[in-house]
Design a protein around this ligand. Structure first.
Ligand code: GDG
Length: 470
């Protein structure tokens, strides 16, 4: 199997957090983990990263564990490194900056030193595991410097990077004190994959304006003596898996339970990690505007917002939680009746199977991030619909998925009245139009599925620069 994709070598995937797959956890994993698992199950190989454990002393040796075709290689982190590399630099510097929230980004030299230190540690621990023909596929903003650190140790393997979040506009990125170093780190990969063409453009604009680099040949670029390929490789889902999941008794039980509680009202649903990039307060205000615009006798709708807890050690997330709880209380206090609560805000997670059943029941799916690399919930929502009676997707223009899902009602998530109008349009849309829009979207979801994502990435990894780029 592996030779078809990788010749004599094997695939080595690196991500910050690695959770050893088990049937129990499969139903809880998020999109990134599900996607990487799909690739490794198909071609086999090593998955290297942080175990999720922290230590007070320097971490012990890498732990290896096999599960089917996947060899896991896990390292612990010290409590201090975890704090400054992950909770601080990754989540309080790069995450807000790359999502256009420099108002929430903190630039701290100690955090950056920890970020580089942990990337060096990852490189030192990964290098002994690599065979000469292995290809290494590194994921996300936690690990941007890993190629530079591996090269410093003499590693010559093909190295690819995939950024799951947006790449910001050059002027935005330029606010980071270590902008140049990190951009040059990206140029040390053979392949740099982004979610969308917009991200590719932003990165190449930065390379051109700030690094004096040039695009030399069909996607190949050169900066100083580095040659690398930049490509948009939009991540997808496994739509068949979702379609199967929604037919299971568990999904249908969840659907029925929710339906019984609605008293004949239509359902609007939102599902996101509780993250300020997802536009949850704006969405709640849009729902309030929708209720305001209706006669009380027309309030035939309930909104279920599921916000799985996320990064709760980070102060910006704690503040968001308070804001969302306050807004929910305000909206329910203002509009509830003795037998109806308009908004159900659930600060907990559900199994993917249960989510699929709730997606299928809803008339409107609200996916309105202020900025999002792709957003897999949008695609999962489409895949879970009954093609004969589908729900309507209301989708932010600032989600990467908006470039593909043209059958959605595309909105500016900052414009709460526009989002309210889109919700209303979704609730009242005739069946023919719903079917037509769904048909267009499911075709896109199938076209850019998870297999296409990893196979395109591996194909690019094997390509060598054309002679014209010499
Ligand atoms: C990053 C980028 C990019 C959500 N709530 C529950 C739950 N989820 C699952 C969803 C989906 C995944 O988590 C979330 O993926 P998203 O793509 O929507 O967002 P991020 O977590 O921000 O992911 C993003 C992605 O990486 C992949 O490249 O699309 O732009 O930000 O699969 O279903 N899963 C379970 N319970 C929940 O309550 N089990």
């Amino acid at each position: 199997m592996s030779s078809e994709w990788l010749g004599d070598g094997q695939l080595v995937v690196v991500s910050n957090r690695v959770t050893v797959a088990s049937p129990k956890k499969a139903n809880q994993a998020g999109g990134l983990a599900v996607g990487l698992l799909a690739a490794l199950r198909e071609v086999g190989g090593i998955w290297f990263g942080w175990s999720g454990e922290t230590t007070l002393e320097p971490p012990g040796p890498v732990r290896r564990q096999r599960s089917g075709p996947i060899q896991y290689a896990l390292t612990d982190l010290t409590v201090d490194d975890f704090e400054d590399y992950y909770s601080n630099f990754a989540n309080r510097t790069l995450w807000p900056l790359f999502h256009y929230r420099i108002d929430l980004a903190t630039y701290n030299h100690r955090w950056y030193a920890a970020y580089r230190r942990v990337n060096r540690l990852f490189a030192e621990r990964l290098q002994p595991l690599l065979g000469p023909d292995d290809v290494v596929w590194i994921h996300d903003y936690h690990l941007i410097p890993l190629a530079s650190e591996l090269r410093r140790l003499g590693v010559e393997n093909r190295l690819a990077f995939f950024l799951h979040i947006p790449f910001p506009a050059p002027e935005m990125f330029a606010t980071l004190p270590w902008q140049r170093e990190l951009a040059l780190d990206l140029c040390n990969y053979d392949i740099v994959g982004f979610q969308t063409e917009t991200d590719v453009r932003q990165f190449l604009a930065y390379v051109d304006l700030e690094l004096g680099g040039q695009v030399t040949h069909a996607g190949w670029s050169r900066v100083e003596n580095r040659r690398f390929r930049v490509a948009a490789i939009p991540i997808g889902i496994d739509p068949d898996e979702f379609a199967r999941m929604v037919e299971t008794p568990e999904a249908q039980r969840q659907r029925q339970r929710l339906e019984d509680s609605l008293g004949g009202r239509k359902l609007i649903i939102g599902v996101d990690r509780l993250d300020y990039t997802k536009g949850i307060p704006e969405r709640l205000k849009a729902f309030e505007a929708l209720l305001e615009s209706m006669e009380p006798s027309d309030h035939g709708v309930s909104f279920v917002q599921i916000s799985a807890p996320s990064r709760s050690e980070v102060p910006e997330y704690q503040r968001l939680r308070v804001e969302v709880e306050t807004l929910s209380g305000h909206i329910n206090g203002r509009f509830s009746d003795a037998d109806w609560v308009p908004l159900r805000y659930l600060n907990r997670s559900f199994s993917r199977t249960a989510l699929s059943g709730m997606f299928q029941l809803s008339r409107v799916g609200l996916v309105t991030p202020l900025r999002d690399g792709m957003n897999l919930v949008a695609k999962e929502y489409v895949a879970a619909q009954d093609a004969e009676d589908p729900g309507v997707l209301v989708l932010s223009r600032f989600a990467g998925a908006a470039g593909e899902l043209d059958g959605a009602l595309i909105v500016n998530p900052y414009d709460i009245y526009q989002v309210a109008r889109a919700m209303d349009a979704g609730l009242t849309m005739p069946l023919d139009e719903r079917k037509d829009r769904h048909q267009r979207m499911i075709q896109q979801v199938r076209h850019h599925d998870i297999t296409g994502w990893w196979s395109k990435s591996l194909r690019l990894l094997r390509e060598r620069p054309p002679l014209a780029a010499e």
